[in-house]
Design a binder for this molecule. Structure first.
Ligand SMILES: *Cc1c(COP(=O)(O)O)cnc(C)c1O
Length: 396
């Protein structure tokens, strides 16, 4: 039968796999989607089965449901992972990955451009549990070798960097880390496995904030942590110990988003690239930080390792006062001012990395803005921004 869930999907293309992965219609009376299973208690047919658990696929609500298994299986296939666990947020996916890779007395390497809440977890909780973190220049490449200590057990990566979009040479860093016996972690939220297959590129534990492109609707919080063969068992054990499971509705919405993720991502890519090029031609803009632009310092690495780019990038304005930036941004009609991204709507956010960087210096000509380009008509977005630039110029 065409819908046999055990059939391997490897021979199919990515889009075919996104459509079919993790679905078992004839386990659900023929319905196309795995429904929302809610539950704590799982019943066993006998005391013997309860004690031996020979034929039990599901044991308790925190350890998994058919809804959860559907998305875990589908994501592992997409990411090229041995296993995936689902967490209640992207940040929870990061903390589970770090708790999997670190123990007291360990030393951790983290890029200075990392998603800021990751830094807060390292400097707070991990420090309290005896793990020491050194921040490194995201552009360090093989030079990372010099930062290794005998107790360095993990290297965190993120490409491109949060807000500032530095491109990291993941294969080069992974080669050094593996030679030193350290695990490589990567926050792959920007590219998703569609544009960067993390495990094939040397990443041991990969993180995706499903809140972003898996959702596509700004309507759910979800994290996915995937691991290769070497780390899968320890990831699952750590996850089970915390019982940090995702909610059933959010997992269901994640599955729904998965089926259309390739289409949406392609459209965000196209829209964002056109807007990034448009910004490059504006006299008010000093730099556009987008690795798919030929002018970007990370372009060569992006071109070598990535299959696409998503809808998020930043710009650096020429010198402007805070009041001028506020006049520009606050008056925008179509760009929401808010964190998170990956949804259908366009967003803008001012940022200043000088406040928290420790290993590198952020030197920019002027204030910086991060944009997420949604699915609106580009002519409308451009007109909105043009009016914004006029307000910027008119304000001292
Ligand atoms: C948003 C984001 C996260 C965290 O996701 P949440 O679901 O909001 O916790 C992690 N990493 C990156 C790069 C993100 O942009």
């Amino acid at each position: 039968m065409a819908q046999d869930p055990s059939r391997p999907l490897d021979r199919f293309g990515e889009r075919t796999r996104l459509v079919h992965a993790g679905r078992e219609p004839f386990e659900q009376h023929g319905f196309v989607n795995t429904p929302i299973y809610r539950g704590s208690t799982v019943l066993y047919p006998s005391t013997e089965e309860f004690l031996q658990r020979r034929n039990t696929k599901f044991t308790y609500g925190t350890a998994g449901t058919p809804t959860i298994a559907s998305l875990e299986t589908a994501w592992s296939g997409l990411a090229g992972a041995a296993d995936t666990v689902l967490t209640p947020s992207g940040l929870a996916a990061i903390t589970i990955a770090l708790m999997t890779a670190c123990a007291a007395g360990d030393h951790l390497l983290v890029p200075d451009s990392v998603y800021r809440p990751t830094r807060i977890f390292c400097d707070g909780v991990l420090k309290r549990f005896g793990v020491e973190t050194t921040y490194y220049d995201p552009l360090i490449g093989t030079g990372i070798e010099a930062l290794f200590r005998p107790n360095t057990t993990a290297v965190v990566t993120e490409a491109p960097g949060s807000q500032t979009f530095e491109m990291q040479d993941i294969p080069a860093i992974a080669a050094v880390a593996h030679q030193r016996g350290a695990a490589v972690l990567m926050d792959n939220t920007w590219a998703t496995p569609l544009f960067f297959p993390p495990h094939a590129m040397g990443v041991d534990i990969a993180i995706e904030a499903g809140t972003k492109y898996l959702s596509g609707g700004s309507d759910l919080l979800l994290g996915l942590t995937s691991a290769n063969e070497a780390w899968a068992k320890r990831l699952r054990q750590t996850f089970n110990a915390f019982a940090m499971c995702a909610g059933p509705e959010d997992v269901f919405l994640g599955l729904r988003g998965l089926r259309t993720m390739a289409l949406r991502l392609k459209e965000h890519e196209k829209q964002a690239l056109e807007m990034a090029r448009w910004f490059e031609g504006r006299p008010e803009v000093a730099r556009v930080l987008h690795p798919a632009l030929e002018s970007d310092p990370g372009h060569a690495i992006w071109k070598r390792d990535f299959k696409g780019s998503s809808g998020l990038f930043s710009i650096v304005l020429k010198e402007a006062s805070p009041a001028a930036v506020a006049a520009m941004v606050d008056g925008l009609e179509l760009f929401g001012i808010g964190a998170s991204w990956g949804g259908f709507e366009s967003l803008v956010l001012p940022f200043d990395p000088r406040a928290y960087r420790t290993a590198t210096r952020w030197e920019a000509a002027g204030p910086a803005l991060r944009f997420h380009i949604g699915l609106e008509d580009l002519e409308d977005l451009k007109a909105d921004l043009e009016a914004g630039f006029a307000r910027l110029r008119a304000t001292a």
